[in-house]
Design a protein around this ligand. Structure first.
Ligand code: AMP
Ligand code: ZN
Length: 440
């Protein structure tokens, strides 16, 4: 192990869960899976009828592999069950409601029991300890508070490890920077797109985070981003950036998290069973193969979900992590199957374009992909003020460089528009990268 894991006082038992031998881990998973299946069969009519259709009762699921005999749960199933159809406990045992930030149709209502809140905070605490945050740290939480789980779940976990939490939420960006300066903030939690924006604002204000601030690390999640974006943010702020993955349906953030090796996110397999499937056929894929992540909650009480299709594309990393944790890792989320778009017959994820943009010097923090027809893509990218105000020939060269590099990545050559910093809308929640103006 190249760096020692911080073992913060009082958190040692957490660490033991993290290095549990796989055979014990799997026995524990099976135990909790059986409990979960019993609960949904007895309490959720939707799941009872699913079992009946498959000709099964919970007792027929005797191994982890048997889970494949049950069908998937989809976000449409959750919407159809809105508001209370998926509850597995009585309403009196629910202490919190969140909704998932779906952009279409009815929201998905996700309930938490007291124990669910406790478990979700424990998992975040585990993630924070793993990456060095604890007592003495000052964590600025710049995710949206409210119906979204991003901020609240992190908040509870960060308090649990003894950090001082600033519940800033997103927006009011100058104030965010003042908070960082005035309170000596050491860590922050933020969406990648908002982090890019804050970094450009700091540059504009002449603030050098390395000299003027006490930042050490940041937790970025809630939307897909690339390794290039991580590096850019690490470089500008002079910090370590850790990838944090989760979804409201499975507690929110802290389902999977990077350790200090930053080489994929450990998915906490004592709380969730993971599968990777071919999103078109539903076939379960081998470790290492890229596909859609499917999760079964093992300890959620209020609203357990069985084989829930996340729509997130990733792969299980088959090798062991140097840190010694036995929970398998998933790769960075490569995109959402619903974000994928097709141009000239090619399947494209916005992150493929982001990866190119963030690797080019002078290309700044914000970008947008506009689809006008099924053949053409326009990439609108903000560039640095110096470049924008500079020599026109350099601008034309940059435009060609971007278009050629994107073509090399996605086969389709886009039109490229270069914009001055601040020209594109800033997102404080999840960024909307693709503007689809196509008509069928
Ligand atoms: P929500 O329903 O608002 O909780 O959002 C959950 C979704 O946000 C996930 O299904 C992912 O698509 C996305 N997401 C969350 N964390 C990450 C991350 N670290 N990387 C990429 N996408 C993420
Ligand atoms: Zn690790």
């Amino acid at each position: 192990m190249s760096r020692t894991d911080p073992l913060i006082e009082g958190a040692f038992w957490q660490r033991q869960n993290e290095v549990i031998e796989r055979t014990f881990l799997e026995a524990e998973q099976l135990h909790h899976l059986k409990e979960t299946l019993d609960s949904v069969y007895s309490n959720v009519p939707f799941y009872k009828s699913r079992f009946e259709k498959a000709g099964l009762i919970p007792g027929d699921i005797r191994s982890l592999g048997d889970l494949r005999r049950l069908p998937f749960t989809t976000s449409d199933d959750l919407r159809a069950a809105y508001p209370f159809g998926m509850l597995a406990v009585s309403k009196e045992d629910v202490v919190r409601l969140h909704t998932s930030s779906g952009t279409t149709g009815k929201p998905k209502a996700i309930f938490f029991s007291r124990q669910d809140i406790e478990n979700s905070s424990d998992l975040i605490a585990r993630c924070l300890v793993m990456t060095g945050t604890g007592r003495g740290d000052i964590l600025q939480n710049m995710m949206t508070y409210g119906m979204f789980t991003g901020a609240l779940v992190m908040h509870y976990g960060a308090e649990k490890v003894g950090a001082l939490v600033i519940p800033a939420g997103p927006g009011n960006s100058d104030r965010q920077i003042s908070f960082m300066q005035d309170f000596g903030v050491t860590a922050f939690h933020i969406t990648p797109s908002y982090a890019l924006y804050i970094s450009s604002l700091m540059q504009e204000r002449g603030i050098d985070p390395g000299k003027d601030l006490s930042l050490k690390r940041a937790y970025l999640g809630a939307e897909p981003y690339t390794e290039e974006t991580r590096r850019k943010i690490e470089y500008i702020f002079g910090i370590d950036v850790y990838n944090c993955y989760g979804l409201t349906e499975m507690n929110g953030p802290g389902v999977a998290f990077e350790c200090m090796h930053k080489n994929g996110m450990h998915l906490w397999e004592d709380h969730f069973l993971m599968e990777i499937i071919n999103p078109d056929t539903g076939e379960v894929l081998e470790d290492g193969e890229k596909g859609e992540l499917v999760l079964t909650s093992l300890r959620r009480e209020a609203m357990p979900l069985i084989r829930y299709r996340t729509r997130d594309i990733t792969r299980i990393m088959p090798d062991n992590c140097e840190c010694g944790r036995t929970h398998r890792r998933i790769s960075r989320i490569l995109g959402r199957s619903d974000d994928m778009f097709i141009a000239r017959g090619v399947n494209i994820f916005p992150q493929q374009i982001e990866q190119v943009l963030m690797g080019i010097k002078g290309v700044a923090q914000n970008y947008q992909i506009v689809l006008e027809s099924f053949d053409d893509i326009t990439v609108r990218a903000e560039i640095s003020k110096d470049l924008f105000d500079g020599n026109i020939e350099h601008l034309l060269d940059l435009q060609t460089e971007i278009a050629d590099k994107i073509r090399a990545e996605i086969i389709v050559k886009p039109k490229v528009e270069l914009l001055e910093p601040g020209a594109l809308p800033v997102s404080e929640g999840k960024a909307k990268r693709v503007i689809d103006n196509r008509t069928m």
